[in-house]
Design a protein around this ligand. Structure first.
Ligand SMILES: [Zn+2]
Ligand SMILES: [Zn+2]
Length: 345
């Protein structure tokens, strides 16, 4: 029986590359041959903690940013054929619950997650074939197409904001997601100020279109520093927090202008609380919104943007590796030597 390689997460900082029989798709399923997968901050979190409260529980295959080619198509599948190049999103919504009916599929009561992008092949379940599989545009490089998922999260985040005309924005955090926010906001004509602790990451931010960068410390003064960098030193109309640290949540509140909006994107650990300046929140009418994950509409929008080639997200892919190099790449992400790696089989 022909076999393929699957990277398993066994526990905290414990992975193993296993050989398994290549699965065959049952009715409604497809078999994906992975062309590229990208490592993500969530993968690093999952690797360190040995699991994730909603996405997966070890031992299990992992990796969730992916693109591939259909190697086999199960009976009853319509719209897809063997050889089609696709992007499969890492979650599938039910389409029927009250959130799905309201177009808020990211909050679906029955949201399913798909993991196992760090492998040669992946069996795509029926719901994902129907609701979460997208054609990869011709000419779009697999390494870029694999980043559809995080960019879809960024598009979802921006769609939650009230941003109409181009304005002054602050992005807190220059990890891959923060940098994608920078690239997209700059592409839409906004003046973007980026804050982070790591100078090299700020350099990438400038490459992607940040007009200004601010080296912040991890302390509470970060909000004031960022506010001082805005044009009239009054703060920005839109502030996006993309670090997942409670101090940054508070700093985001300190960097927003009167009447402005804060989008809280970075997920903190369960049980975390953050301080909010209640006086500012009330008297300056600050809008604070939590934003999570992506929706089918934003997955398609992200894919279209990647196909357009305007964002230059190849700057985020600072390492290329094969399946046996994933663990090393995660280590270099942890030590902040690289932002993201692309894994090809
Ligand atoms: Zn991701
Ligand atoms: Zn639903």
């Amino acid at each position: 029986m022909p076999t393929h390689r699957v990277l398993y997460l066994l526990g905290p900082e414990n992975v193993e590359l296993r050989l398994e029989p290549i699965p065959q798709p049952a009715a409604g399923q497809v078999l994906l041959h992975l062309d590229a997968a990208t490592t993500c901050g969530t993968d690093l979190k999952v690797y360190r903690r040995g699991g994730h409260p909603t996405m997966l529980s070890a031992p299990c295959p992992f990796g969730h940013e992916m693109t591939g080619t259909l190697a086999a198509v199960g009976s009853g599948v319509t719209g897809w054929r063997e050889g089609d190049a696709v992007v499969v999103a890492n979650s599938a919504s039910c389409g029927q619950c009250r959130f799905c009916r309201a177009g808020r599929e990211n909050l679906c009561t029955h949201l399913l997650y798909l993991n196992g992008a760090f492998a040669d092949y992946l069996l795509v379940p029926e719901t994902f074939v129907r609701r979460s599989t997208y054609a990869r545009p011709a000419g779009l490089e697999p390494a870029l197409a694999a980043m559809t998922e995080p960019l879809a999260c960024v598009f979802h985040g921006l769609s939650a904001g009230d941003l109409e005309d181009p304005t002054e924005c602050i992005v807190l955090g220059a990890g891959p997601i923060g940098l994608m926010f920078v690239a997209e906001l700059a592409h839409r004509g906004n003046h973007v100020i980026l804050g982070d602790l790591v100078p090299q990451r700020l350099d990438v931010g400038r490459l992607l279109g940040a007009s200004e960068t601010v080296l912040v410390s991890g302390d509470r003064d970060g909000g004031d520093k960022l506010r001082a960098a805005t044009e009239r030193e009054q703060g920005a109309q839109l502030v996006i927090e993309a670090t997942g640290s409670p101090a940054a949540w508070s700093n985001a509140m300190g960097a927003v202008a009167t009447g402005g909006e804060v989008l809280l994107f970075g997920g903190c650990a369960p049980g975390t609380t953050a301080e909010l300046d209640t006086h500012r929140l009330h008297y300056s009418e600050i809008t604070v919104k939590g934003v999570y994950h992506h929706r089918p509409a934003t997955v398609q929008a992200a894919l279209d943007r990647l196909a357009g080639g305007d964002l230059h997200l190849e700057n985020l892919l600072q390492e290329r590796c094969t399946l046996d190099g994933v663990e090393g790449a995660l280590g270099r992400m942890a030590s902040r030597e690289i932002l993201k790696a692309v894994v090809s089989t």
